[in-house]
Design a binder for this molecule. Structure first.
Ligand code: ZN
Length: 325
């Protein structure tokens, strides 16, 4: 009997313990090898590109012989201006990759023994790295499209006579957003966030190659797609699949994301909903590679990613009052 991939030994090639056992020097070497992979892992200056450098092994830094700039393996990457040891970042990546339904910042802060704020920004930097490996891509062939709403929970009033009908548009929270997913069968997953499903049409046209077949449910928002693509619809009130059309792959993405919302994060904050959607699209697309490969993919992405404009110095820029919320 063949067992499920995730139950096989091939799915487990990396343990958090093995990363925790690394010395700081080994961790720096591992990061440097992937960061400077285009120079056989040998350091070169991030400012002027000069390959002739002095090394200061005790401090883990280098000095450029050309321009005298000092740099470390993480300078100019998403982990630039770091306060923790490189090993802690690799540990964070291993913990983050192993969490099939995501890892909350609180849990990460306990696992690494760092402040909540540090863990929050670190997790978002990893999401940014994952998003980088998805953004700008296109899908083709058999593409399933579906939307699901997140955020903006309206709490029902205590007394029945004070309750409002939350199905009506004007009784909903303005924070509510829809994640629209474009998912190739046996292929990649592209998520986008909108205020309403029907705003997604131009983005779908920009990211789904002409000539593709689109599968969607009976929602009226998708009617305009018929003029651009061969579009097959499935009415979920009658069946989930009629042998011709189904959106089960798209639904499976939302199932994973919904479980992460309920079980791990409890709510996805409005402005960062897209970051979480990108994270779960990445997890969906990489679910059939070993956790060791996932780790290398995220570490490689982090090493090649420039300094994050959004997350580097986030708490310094954020007004204290807002941060205290
Ligand atoms: Zn230089």
């Amino acid at each position: 009997m063949s067992s499920h991939f995730l139950l096989s030994a091939a799915a487990r090639t990396l343990s958090v313990a093995s990363v925790a056992r690394m010395s700081e020097e080994e961790a720096r070497e591992a990061f440097a090898a992937i960061r400077w992979s285009d120079n056989q892992g040998k350091p070169y200056c991030p400012k002027c590109g000069c390959a002739s450098v002095y090394a200061c092994p005790s401090r883990g830094i280098y000095k450029c012989k050309g321009c005298a700039a000092q740099f470390s393996p993480t300078s100019g990457t998403i982990f630039a201006n770091r306060k923790l040891a490189v090993r802690e970042y690799l540990l964070a990546i291993a913990i983050f990759c192993n969490g099939a339904k995501g890892i909350s910042a609180l849990q990460l802060s306990r696992d690494l023994s760092v402040q909540y704020r540090t863990a929050y920004v670190l997790a978002h930097k990893l999401r940014e790295t994952m998003a980088d490996q998805i953004n700008g891509e296109k899908v083709a062939g058999d593409v399933e499209i579906d939307g699901a709403y997140f955020g903006g929970h309206v709490r029902p009033a205590n007394w029945k006579q004070n309750r409002r009908d939350r199905r009506l548009r004007f009784n909903r929270s303005p924070k509510r957003r829809v994640v629209v997913i474009m998912r190739e069968r046996q292929g990649r997953t592209l998520p986008f966030v909108f205020k309403a499903e029907d705003q997604a049409i131009p983005t779908i046209e920009a990211h789904v190659e002409p000539g593709s077949t689109i599968y969607a449910d009976e929602a009226g928002s998708w009617n305009d797609l018929h003029s651009r693509y061969l579009t097959k619809r499935i009415n979920h009130q009658e069946a989930y699949s009629d042998g011709e059309a189904c959106t089960n792959q798209a639904e499976s993405f939302f199932s994973r994301m919904r479980r992460a919302e309920i079980g791990t994060h409890h709510h996805f904050a409005g402005p960062y909903l897209a970051s979480y959607a990108d994270e779960f699209a990445w997890r969906e697309d990489n679910r059939r590679i070993s956790n060791g490969e996932q780790f290398l993919k995220v570490m490689g992405g982090a090493a090649k990613h420039p300094i994050s404009r959004k997350w580097c110095g986030y708490w310094n820029r954020k007004p204290q009052a807002e941060a205290a919320e």
